[in-house]
Design a protein around this ligand. Structure first.
Ligand code: HEM
Length: 443
């Protein structure tokens, strides 16, 4: 649509105004120059349910509540100290995954759906940060319960099925069944977070009183609740946000990265050569990442071509505003077409090609943190992704360790894995969770 209608266009979708911006200059205007004006969020009928009308952080309007939530979440989740405290846990998780794949004779022959085990790894990475907890295997019943209910939350909110009732309120009665299902899933999910995870930490905190040492992210969040800064519902919505924002996006990106490396064996070999030269037979650790420029380029190229949130999370202006000379009515939904900014042939050389070298050659110096308005996989500015500080090392360690330890190949009889895309309200996921052959590179 950006090709047809240009860098900015306006659509009236029922009662909602939608503005899509698709140039670096306009992205700068929305996210930076007028970052406050456009720093709010729209929700829809379904997200209203899942976030209790914005009692969370990701989907709340710009204002005091958002500022408070972002501040409270920063120390326990979004600093380099968190990375340093947790990186050994992430390194252990990927090591366990590698060992399991090595022990599984199927992995080297017919291949495995590697995504399933990566999902366990990602849950463990985040649940260690949040609750100092992990799940020992893919068969763990609590892990499976969580996975199923998170999947249902995602399916219901990423579907396009409810748009008609969202855009045209008189049609909402037809959505009654759908919305009831959302309510039921939301209640069950928050109850699970409370009963199985949060209550345990809260009890420990209450029992130990002033002697209690803040150990994991949840302790910091509960401490903020104890001080009266937020209420218990906000605590549960923070868990809700992390379960969506952190787990899925990072997992999708790792999955895309693996698929690209399987389909580009020469790039995979080049990456393995870098890992072998720099690390020898030692396991990749987080501090090694700065010495692995090609690995970093592979991560960036994955995020460029396979952007997990291609239109960012929708922004909104609380008041009437102006953009590129046009009037934008208050409460318009503003989409920044980040995927197009990173894939527009007028701005990038051969953007359709998976070519990590670009980030070492003509695009050297372009980082994923928004230092260039053509490349915004995590957004930039006030509402940008604070999780970037965790996501980049986790993706780097995961892809690096896999390629260091295995030749990643398509399953027997195929010469590539399927790269078909599945789009959701916000997301760009891989459609098929591919079977990948993992042939050990070292004995
Ligand atoms: C590859 C992984 C990830 C990608 C591609 C990604 C991408 C994004 C994007 C595009 C946004 C919206 C930016 C905007 O609207 O301007 C966002 C917001 C957010 N992300 Fe991430 N994210 C990732 C991982 C994470 C992780 C690991 C966490 C938490 C640990 C996280 C937490 C959040 C939160 C809390 C917000 C909302 C920020 C706000 O509204 O103020 N994300 N993310």
């Amino acid at each position: 649509m950006a090709k047809r209608f240009g860098d900015i266009f306006h659509l009236l979708m029922g009662v909602r105004n939608l503005v899509v911006v698709s140039s670096p200059e306009l992205a700068r205007e929305v996210l930076h120059a007028q970052g406050v004006e456009f720093g709010s969020r729209t929700r829809n009928v379904v997200l209203d349910i899942f976030t209790g009308k914005g009692q969370d952080m990701v989907f709340t309007v710009y204002g005091d509540h958002w500022r408070k939530m972002r501040r409270i979440m920063t120390v326990p989740f979004f600093t380099n100290k968190v990375v340093q405290q947790n990186r050994e846990g992430w390194e252990e998780e990927i090591r366990l995954l590698v060992e399991e794949l090595r022990r599984n004779p199927k992995a080297a022959k017919e291949g495995v759906v590697i995504r399933r085990r990566l999902q366990l790894m990602m849950y463990n990475n985040m649940f260690r940060i949040m609750f100092d907890r992990r799940f020992e295997s893919e068969d763990n019943p609590l892990f499976n319960k969580l996975k199923a209910i998170n999947f249902e939350r995602s399916r219901l909110s990423q579907s396009f099925e409810f748009n008609y009732g969202d855009f045209i309120p008189v049609l909402r009665p037809f959505l009654r069944g759908y919305l009831n299902r959302c309510r039921e899933v939301k209640e069950r999910r928050l109850r699970l977070f409370h009963e199985q995870f949060v209550a345990e930490r809260k009890k420990m905190m209450e029992e130990q009183g002033s002697k209690f040492e803040l150990k994991c992210a949840m302790d910091h969040i509960l401490d903020a609740e104890r001080r009266g800064e937020i209420n218990y519902d906000n605590v549960l919505y923070i868990v809700e946000n992390i379960n969506v924002a952190a787990l899925e996006t990072t997992l999708w990106s790792i999955e895309w990265g693996i698929a690209e490396l399987v389909n580009h064996p020469a790039i995979q070999i080049k990456l393995r050569r870098e890992l072998d030269t720099v690390l020898g037979s030692a396991q990749l650790t987080e501090p090694d990442l700065v010495r692995l420029p090609y690995l970093n380029a592979v991560v960036k190229e994955t995020l460029r071509l396979r952007m997990a949130i291609p239109l960012l999370v929708p922004h909104m202006n609380l008041h009437d505003a102006k953009l590129a000379g046009f009037d934008v009515p208050a409460e318009s939904k503003i989409l920044v077409n980040a995927w197009w900014l990173a894939n527009n042939p007028a701005l990038w050389k051969d953007p359709e090609q998976f070519r990590p070298e670009r980030f070492l050659q003509e695009e050297a110096g372009v980082e994923a943190n928004g230092n260039d308005f053509r490349f915004l996989p995590f957004g930039v500015g006030r509402r940008s992704c604070p999780g970037i500080v965790l996501a980049l090392p986790i993706i780097g360690i995961s892809l690096g360790c896999l390629v260091h330890n295995f030749e990643l190949l398509p399953p027997p009889g195929k010469d590539r894995v399927d790269m078909a895309e599945k789009a959701g309200q916000f997301s760009l996921q891989i459609m098929t969770h591919s079977t990948v052959v993992c042939k050990p590179t070292k004995l």
